[in-house]
Write a new protein. Structure first.
Length: 336
């Protein structure tokens, strides 16, 4: 028959090899290890005659007796049998998050408790709610979209950020693979990234205002240019009376039209840039409203990659500012 129980997964892993316990023993500090792992570890400490727990570093002298919890040993024995045939017994999808409590057939998890560091199928989540009723545990939904928030190695919720390896990690990663690394909680990293993002948003808004100002100035320059064109039409008529050839007057008209066309193109480009900046400003605002820290940080990382690809086109756009100033200050600079 299928066995079901509610147990914290971290108590079923060896503090040394990180795998599921084999022949589990309990140290006086109540941490669990494989008998062979702790025996091998302590054999290396015989010269100092001081033995310690590999997890909490509590020291013992003389060497303590190793205890054994019969119920834990039975659970681990069943789990080891299941693990040996997991590929046959599991009917959870390869990319799905599995229930950490199911023995035998692994059902897909529907909820994950960050407080317990466990993911649960519906039946075991109901048990969790009964056991911890009245307590405030951090429960998150588990679905295809949320899978990115789980550690691929330990199948636990990601809740920390490792600066040393630049990646999100879970509780077990912190204790073992990333031990002694520069690690912060997801909340602390979110605050830092959020400050950067808000500064970026202010930059977008300032650039929008700058371009809006340029558009107003260019439109004023266009009005001046249009008025100048009308005045020139009268001048051309007078020039023809003084023998100025039609070729010269035609050339001036061509230059006028070119100046108008260039100004219109600049206006169009500035309006497109404003639309792009407004879109990015909205995206940043939506990002800032994401409540889950890991989801926020993942989306922030994606947006940073997109921003890098857009930086080259923006630098090209900024290089044209000299010509914009020319047209604003002197719209007839290429005429006459």
């Amino acid at each position: 028959a299928e066995v079901s129980m509610s147990v914290s997964w971290k108590h079923l892993c060896c503090s040394i090899c990180l795998n599921l316990l084999k022949d589990p023993v309990t140290l006086p500090c109540e941490h669990n290890c494989c008998r062979s792992c702790i025996t091998c570890r302590w054999d290396q400490d015989t010269q100092t005659e001081v033995w310690s727990c590999p997890l909490c570093k509590r020291t013992f002298s003389p060497i303590p007796a190793l205890g054994q919890i019969v119920v834990l040993a039975e659970i681990v024995e069943k789990l080891n049998r299941v693990e040996a045939h997991q590929s046959e017994l599991s009917h959870a999808g390869r990319t799905d998050v599995e229930c950490n409590v199911c023995i035998g057939r692994k059902h897909n998890a529907v909820k994950s408790c960050v407080s317990c560091l466990c993911s649960y199928c519906q039946a075991h989540f109901d048990q969790h709610e009964n056991v911890f009723s009245g307590e405030r545990h951090n429960i998150i939904e588990v679905n295809g979209h949320d899978y990115e928030r789980f550690c691929r190695l330990h199948h636990k919720p990601l809740e920390m950020y490792c600066y040393s390896d630049k990646k999100f990690i879970c509780y077990f990663c912190k204790c073992f693979e990333h031990k002694n690394h520069n690690i912060v909680t997801d909340e602390m990293e979110r605050k830092r990234k959020q400050r950067d993002l808000m500064q970026t948003q202010r930059g977008f808004q300032q650039r929008i205002k700058t371009r809006q100002k340029k558009i107003l100035e260019l439109r004023e320059a266009m009005e001046s240019l249009s008025a100048a064109v009308e005045d020139n039409e009268k001048i051309f008529t007078d020039l023809m009376h003084y023998g100025i050839s039609l070729e010269v007057t035609h050339l001036i008209r061509v230059q006028e039209k070119a100046a108008v066309r260039e100004t219109e193109e600049l206006l169009k480009r500035l309006e497109q840039e404003i639309d792009t900046l407004r879109k990015r400003d909205v995206e940043v605002e939506q990002l800032l409203h994401i409540e889950d820290h890991i989801t926020f940080l993942c989306r922030k990382s994606e947006s940073e990659s997109e921003s890098e690809s857009e930086s080259e086109s923006e630098s090209e756009s900024e290089s044209e500012s000299e010509r914009e100033r020319e047209l604003i200050c002197n719209p007839l600079s290429n005429i006459l």
